[in-house]
Every structure is written in structure tokens, then in C-alpha cells.
Ligand binder design. Structure first.
Ligand code: GLG
Length: 839
């Protein structure tokens, strides 16, 4: 009998039927179909969310063909694949992004409207997957977008947190955290793949034995195991047929594990253990740039890394005879040290489960991994207490000891007679309580190490990873961050994007350097005027939103001065506040003062346990209360704190900014990526020479950038000479007046204690040197105010900012990674015809 089913590889994918048709009428029908058959609703009973879900499925139906073709092509073809391992992916909403990539925005909008529905209302139903804290997670999302757009075979691996980053509410000026229930109505963008579940071991002990060839081997006998279930989300490239996969792991109890308890009749005990397992992927740790040495966090890291490596091995063995060439077919990028345990886990999988000898296993491992460092802050460098580590991952600790042993032998040969080097470089920190240093494990186990901006990479080489740089200079390189112009221009700023397209066409969306053609138009007075007009309209949108959300009226003609990012002392939101209070004092002292009207807009979350950051939020809101309601100020300054800053809100705010606040202490912000989003949307930057600000200023031109503050060298030098912030307080009257006003309780209903921790911190320690930078910041802000009065000149600077920002596309970053680190090439997937025919 002939087989009924054809082998999968020969099954042609022809799914161009009613379900995926593209006429307005077909889309309308498909929407109702999905509403009926997927949501189980008729239009009469459907909620807005039902309609959103139906809409999402209707879009998804139209991208599945690309996704399946891509995966099938990768399965058949020996392509080198990038595996991006990240504990965070801060994707933002999918719907519009996918419509733009598919080039189906207009027909869908029409179809929805012709169905009598409000398109925007449905779009707003989407819960954004907030599976990240900030820059690091958002970078991973931009990189997934660029990998697909550049047609690079890639897979992203992470954790499917049931609760992502908390929602922030402001109550009486304080941050209140609310759990993020992004999955409560279901997630139409993911598909569960339980058939590819992986088992992950934890705890227990190891034992050695001799295998049938009398070779010494180690076996890990775990205390418990957890099942990882993959959930796949297609990541579509922009107007290409490539749709890569983001595979996120959910923890579930494994079948086998509750047997024992179950058998002795302890049903509830068995269930309790089951619940405990599932907590592994419950919640994202909401700390940015601060390690939380919790066991559960280590469990999360090992959980997703082990699942991912086993999955890669499974995929690899589907098309290769052995793992001998694993490193030739895969490059694994470690997004910070969170997945660095992968170095030891790949060794274990090769040694214990695939019977490789040490040298072969090590050769494969160290040629597979590459490591990106994202921070210079010492409190963010991950290290795990040895006892916690050994208890949870006994076999990995043995492997790490063995790696370290060989590594230190190498160091000894390199530096005979220098024991201090051994202590500095060792993977095990033995200076006090013993720790495993994850950055050291990553450096030893990787063939490439990179920072995320030129300055950051230099500081890694000269400071944080100096000893590794000395030992392995060839491993180091810089890969300046970038952001995707699809989400951060086309999607979030359609007005500006359209205007640009009218002038220079749309090639810039994929080749951001083409924005350079705008430079000429900066000299065209009519265009400048038009450009400023557009900005005003976008600002009006944000003003309407603020009015609706906070019931505060802001003037779209005022200068929109925006600082949105995580709240952290090193990012110095409180320096911004010092300037606001300075302006306030000036107007109070001279009510007729001619100031440039400004709206100061803040947004950002504080880690729930970060006292100072939360107090800074309270300070911003308290200052806002006073300033916004003081009749003398007469609306010349407004201060707005917008709650719950996230990707969706970023999409509204970047386009509306005139000034972008990038005011971290020099040497503290590794790169920043918000700085790029602002400038790409025509905001000018007021900033320090920190992170990627340095390169942004180089690109846009010093004359189109408001620079202030100490350089990194100056920061180091002042610190070396014992920094005394009080001297600045004593010698600057405006500064003194500002701090005194806060101290007296002027902004806290007379309570002098509320903000004392901030003021005292500044006066007596000021680790982030606000007082040293205060005068130069305030002066630069004065220059901003003056410059804004010449709208024509401002327009020119704004256009030049956009025109010269091409370098900061994540496409450029990804090309750099591909060429220098991964050695991967694009692999085109056939483009369906209708994609080519549409403009
Ligand atoms: C880090 C840094 C940022 C950087 C981002 C992405 O603090 O400066 O832009 O990663 O590389 N933890 C972060 O967000």
C-alpha cells in the first residue's frame, strides 16, 4: 500500500485560500470566522478583547506560511544558526509590528473600520509581553527583529514568565507595584510545542563509574527534575519571507517526580512539589542592574539554559551525524552573564551525556559561546555563593572547578611568579565568602567578548575585565548597540516616517544610513517649517494622552523635555529635578522672568526593593504638585510623571520629545538605547560623555548636541582626590538654595525628613557626582532654553540629528556581530508573490 502521508519535506506548502486571502472582503470574513471558531463568539456577544483576539489570529494566519517555510528551510539546509540566549526579551506589542512587516497595515485597518469597529481600540487591547526590565531585554527584542529582517538563521531562547515586569501605579506620589497578568486572556502570538519538552535536573549528587569501555565517567543523580515546555513566537522580518522563532520555556512538574510521594499516599505533598516546580517561570525579577542572589533566580537561569542547549542538540542531531561540528553550526550569544551557566552545561551535556573527552568537549564549547557584557556597575556583576551553587548544581560546580584548574594552569604559564593574577582571574572568588564569578566563567568559556558602546568597551578593557583583556586581547571587540527603525520610527512615528519617505523614498527603513539624504533638506526653510509642524502634531497627541490619563493640561508649544528609563541613582533623574527646582526658584524670585515654557516629562519604574529610586519618584511627584499648581509659575513649567512606562508608552513618547535627557554620570551607563530612539525621532540630546552618547554626538555633530558634565577621566580623578560634594554646595548659591528648599520640607508639606535621605546622600557622599555636574548641567539647560526660541534653527538641528543617526540601527549592530563574531551569512527564504507586488 502506498503511504497516505507524504514525507514532510516533500509536502509543498500551498495555503493560499480564503483563510489567508488579502482582499478587504476576505479579511473581514476571516475576522468573523476567527471570532466564531476560535473565540466562540458572535459579533453580538463579543467583547473588545474577543475582537482583538480574532484580529490577532487573522494576522497570524497570514504570517504562518512564512514562518513554516522558514523553519522547513532551516531544517533542510546546513545553515549556521545564531542562538541568542537571554533571560529577558522585552518585545512590546506584536500586532502593528507584524502588520507593518507583512505590508498589510492599510487593508487590515480598512477591513476593521468597514466592519464598524474602532481599529485603535482593538489595537489597544493587546497586553504587551513585558518580559524584561529595560535596555538589556529591549536590545534582545531589537536584535531579533534585525536578525529576521537581515535573513539570518537565528533562534532566541528565554523564559516565558507568567508575570512579566510589574505594572506601576502612582498613589500619593509613590510607586505601587501591581502584578502583570499579561497572559490572563491568552496569548494569540505563541504556539505551545509540548512535543519538544525538555527535562531539567536540579540538586542531588554525582557519582562516578566506568562505562563499558572502562572509561571513567560521572553521572548526576538529581534530587528533582523539572519539565520545560517551549512556547514559540514567530519573529517576522520586515518585508522578507524570513520568520525566525523566539522560543520561551515554561516550567512544569515532570511526570516522574511526584511518584514517590504519590505512592506513599501523600497526595497533597506531591501537589505542593508540583506547584514549587512551576514557580521557576512564574515571575521576572524586577531588578535592573542589581543582582538578586536568590536561589530561584539561579534556578531560572539554569532552567532556560539547559532547556535551550538540549533543544539545540536535538535540532543539531536531526541534520548532523554527531555533535563534533556543533560549534561550526551554532554561535551562542550570551546576553550578559544570566545564561553564562551554559558554558558548564554544554560541557556536561558533551562529557556526561554524549561521552566526549574533556579536550574535545572544551574545544566545542569555547568555540560556540560569545559573551556580551552590559554593565560596569559592580553591584550588577553576577556571582553565586558557592554553597547555593553546589547544592543546586553539584555537577556543574565540579565542571567549573575543572575548567578553572586548567585555566589557572594557563595563567600560571603566562604569569610565572605572579600569584595575585591567579586570585584576580580565578572563576572562584576566594577573597572572603566563596563565590562563582559568572563573568569570569563567561570570559573563559567564550571565543568573543564585547561591550555595547565604544567607551564601554574601552572601560571593560581598562577596568572591569582588565586582566582578561591582558590575557586574551584577541577576544575583545566593541559592538555598539542599535535599535530597530521599524518599531522605533515607522510604527511609533508614522507622521515623521511618511514625511521622510516623501522626500527620500523608503530605502532607509532597511538601510538606515540612507537617512543621510535628508541632510540637504535641513537647508530648506519650507521643509524645516513643515518638520516642526509635524513635531507639533505629535506633541499634541501626547498632550491629549496626558490630559486623558492625568487630567493635566500641557501646552504642545512648550519645550517637551523628556527623561524616560529605569529609575536609578546613576541615571540621575534627581539631577533633572535639581534643575527644575532651580528654574522654579528663579521664577519665584523674579515672576516676570522671560523663560522658555517647558514641560518636563518623566517615566520609569524603580526596582521594588530600591529605596532611593522609589524616593526619587516621590520627589518628582512632589515637586510636580507644587510647581504645577503655583499661580506664580503660571504654566511656564509643568512637571509630569507618567506612570507605567513600558514599550507601548515609549512608542508614544519618543516621537514627541524635543529634548532627550541622557544625563548619567560618565562611566556608568554602558550604552543606553533610549538615547538612540529619541535622536532618531528628531529630539536633541542634553547629555554627558557616557555610553553611546559619545558616538551619537560624534555622528550628529557637536553643534547639534548639548554637552555637559565631567568626563570619565575627570570623574576618576576627582574621586581619587577625595570628592567633597559640600564644596559645590557652599560655592554655588543656586544649588544651595535648591537643596535648602527641599530640606526644609517645602515639597513635602513641611516634613523636613521625607527627602532627607536624598539631600544627605548628595551632601555627604554623592556617589554619582550630581553636585559636581550641577552647574554645568544647569548652564547647558539654559542654552537649551535659548536655542529652542529659534524654532527655525532648532528645526535644522532636529533634521540633522535624524539624518546622521543611521549608524544606530540594530541592523548595523547585527551585521557587525555576524561578520566579526558569529561568521554567519543571510539565507533568503522564497518570497511569496503578493509581497513583491505590493509597494
Ligand atoms: C544595560 C545597560 C544599558 C545598555 C543595555 C543594552 O545599562 O546601558 O544600553 O544594557 O546593552 N542593563 C541594561 O539595561
Amino acid at each position: 500500500n502506498p503511504p497516505i502521508t507524504v514525507p514532510l519535506d516533500e509536502c509543498p506548502i500551498i495555503i493560499e485560500d480564503d483563510r489567508t486571502g488579502l482582499s478587504i472582503e476576505t479579511i473581514r470574513r476571516a475576522l468573523l470566522d476567527n471570532l466564531y471558531y476560535v473565540q466562540g463568539k458572535t459579533p453580538q456577544t463579543a467583547t473588545k478583547n474577543d475582537f482583538y483576539m480574532a484580529l490577532a489570529y487573522t494576522v497570524r494566519d497570514r504570517l504562518l506560511k512564512r514562518w513554516l517555510s522558514t523553519q522547513l528551510t532551516y531544517r533542510k539546509t546546513p545553515v549556521k544558526t545564531v542562538s541568542y540566549l537571554s533571560a529577558e526579551f522585552l518585545l512590546g506589542p506584536h500586532l502593528i509590528n507584524n502588520l507593518i512587516s507583512l505590508n498589510l497595515y492599510d487593508p487590515f485597518k480598512k477591513a476593521i473600520e468597514e466592519s464598524g469597529l474602532n481599529f485603535q481600540e482593538l489595537v489597544d487591547q493587546e497586553e504587551e509581553p513585558g518580559l524584561g526590565n529595560g535596555g538589556l531585554g529591549r536590545l534582545a527584542a531589537c536584535y531579533m527583529d534585525s536578525l529576521a529582517t537581515l535573513e539570518i538563521p537565528a533562534i532566541g531562547y528565554g523564559i516565558r514568565y507568567e508575570f512579566g515586569i510589574f505594572d506601576q501605579e502612582i498613589k500619593d506620589g509613590w510607586q505601587v507595584e501591581i502584578t502583570d497578568k499579561w497572559l490572563q486572556y491568552g496569548n494569540p502570538w505563541e504556539i505551545a510545542r509540548p512535543e519538544f519538552a525538555q527535562l531539567v535536573k536540579f540538586g542531588g549528587y554525582t557519582e562516578s563509574y566506568y562505562d563499558q569501555d572502562h572509561i571513567y565517567r560521572v553521572r548526576w543523580v538529581p534530587r528533582y527534575t523539572v519539565n520545560g515546555i517551549p512556547y514559540d513566537t514567530p519573529i517576522l522580518g520586515y518585508r522578507v519571507n524570513t520568520a525566525n522563532t523566539l522560543r520561551l520555556w515554561k516550567a512544569e512538574a515532570s511526570e516522574s517526580f511526584n511518584f514517590e510521594r504519590f505512592n506513599v499516599g501523600d497526595y497533597y505533598g506531591a501537589v505542593r512539589d508540583k506547584v514549587a516546580c512551576e514557580t521557576i517561570s512564574k515571575v521576572l525579577y524586577p531588578n535592573d542592574e542589581q543582582i538578586q542572589g536568590k536561589e530561584l533566580r539561579l534556578e531560572q537561569q539554569f532552567f532556560f539554559v539547559s532547556c535551550s542547549l538540549q533543544d539545540m542538540i536535538r535540532i543539531h542531531l536531526n541534520k548532523n551525524a554527531s555533535l563534533d561540528n556543533f560549534h561550526e553550526m551554532w554561535s551562542i550569544q550570551l546576553n550578559d552573564t544570566h545564561p553564562a551557566i551554559g558554558v558548564a552545561e554544554l560541557m556536561r551535556l558533551l562529557l556526561d551525556e554524549n561521552n566526549y573527552d574533556w579536550d574535545t568537549a572544551w574545544n566545542i564549547t569555547k568555540n560556540t559561546f560569545a559573551y556580551t557584557n552590559h554593565t560596569l556597575l559592580p553591584e550588577a556583576l553576577e556571582k553565586w555563593p558557592l554553597n547555593i551553587f553546589g547544592r543546586m548544581l553539584p555537577r556543574h560546580l565540579e565542571i567549573i572547578y575543572a575548567i578553572n584548574h586548567r585555566f589557572l594552569d594557563e595563567v600560571r604559564i603566562h604569569y610565572p611568579n605572579d600569584v595575585s593574577k591567579l586570585a584576580c582571574l580565578s572563576i572562584i572568588d576566594e577573597t572572603g565568602e566563596k563565590y562563582v564569578r559568572m563573568a569570569h566563567l563567561a570570559c573563559v568559556g567564550s571565543f568573543a567578548i564585547n561591550g555595547v558602546a565604544a567607551l564601554h568597551t574601552e572601560l571593560l578593557k581598562s577596568d572591569v575585565l582588565r586582566d582578561f583583556y591582558e590575557l586574551y586581547p584577541e577576544k575583545f571587540s566593541n559592538k555598539t548597540n542599535g535599535v530597530t527603525p521599524r518599531r522605533w520610527m515607522v510604527l511609533s512615528n508614522p507622521r515623521m516616517s511618511f514625511t521622510i519617505c516623501e522626500k527620500i523614498g523608503d530605502s532607509w527603513i532597511k538601510n538606515l544610513d540612507d537617512l543621510r539624504q535628508l541632510e540637504g533638506y535641513a537647508e530648506d526653510g519650507g521643509f524645516r517649517n513643515y518638520w516642526q509642524q509635524i513635531k507639533k502634531e505629535v506633541k499634541q497627541d501626547l498632550a491629549n494622552y496626558i490630559q486623558a490619563k492625568l487630567d493635566i493640561k500641557v501646552d504642545p508649544h512648550s519645550l517637551f523635555d523628556v527623561q524616560v528609563k529605569r529609575i536609578h541613582e546613576y541615571k540621575r533623574q534627581h539631577l533633572n529635578v535639581l534643575n527644575i527646582v532651580t528654574l522654579y526658584n528663579r521664577i519665584k524670585n523674579n515672576p516676570n522672568l522671560d523663560v522658555t515654557p517647558r514641560t518636563f516629562i518623566f517615566g520609569g519604574k524603580a526596582a521594588p526593593g530600591y529605596f532611593m529610586a522609589k524616593l526619587i519618584i516621590k520627589l518628582i511627584n512632589s515637586v510636580a504638585d507644587v510647581v504645577n499648581n503655583d499661580p506664580v509659575i503660571c504654566d511656564r513649567i509643568k512637571v509630569i510623571f507618567l506612570p507605567d512606562y513600558n514599550v507601548t508608552f515609549g512608542q508614544r513618547v519618543y516621537p514627541a520629545a524635543d529634548i532627550s535627557e541622557q544625563i548619567s554620570t560618565a562611566g556608568k551607563e554602558a550604552s543606553g538605547t533610549g538615547n538612540m530612539k529619541f535622536s532618531l525621532n528628531g529630539a536633541l540630546t542634553i547629555g554627558t560623555l557616557d555610553g553611546a552618547n559619545v558616538e551619537i554626538r560624534e555622528s550628529v555633530g557637536a553643534e547639534n548636541f548639548f554637552l555637559f558634565g565631567l568626563t570619565t577621566e575627570e570623574v576618576y580623578a576627582i574621586r581619587a582626590n577625595r570628592y567633597t560634594p559640600r564644596d559645590y554646595y557652599n560655592s554655588d548659591e543656586e544649588l544651595k538654595a535648591v537643596l535648602d528648599l527641599i530640606s526644609t520640607g517645602f515639597f513635602s508639606h513641611g516634613d523636613p525628613n521625607l527627602f532627607r535621605p536624598i539631600v544627605d546622600n548628595l551632601l555627604y557622599s554623592d556617589p554619582y557626582m550630581l553636585l559636581a555636574d550641577y552647574r554645568s548641567y544647569v548652564d547647558a539647560q539654559d542654552a537649551v532654553g535659548c536655542a529652542y526660541r529659534d524654532q527655525d534653527h532648532w528645526g535644522r538641528m532636529s533634521i540633522l540629528n535624524v539624518a546622521r543617526m543611521g549608524k544606530f540601527s540594530s541592523d548595523r549592530s547585527i551585521k557587525d556581530y555576524c561578520n566579526d563574531i558569529w561568521k554567519t551569512k543571510p539565507f533568503a527564504i522564497d518570497v511569496p508573490e503578493y509581497m513583491q507586488s505590493q509597494a
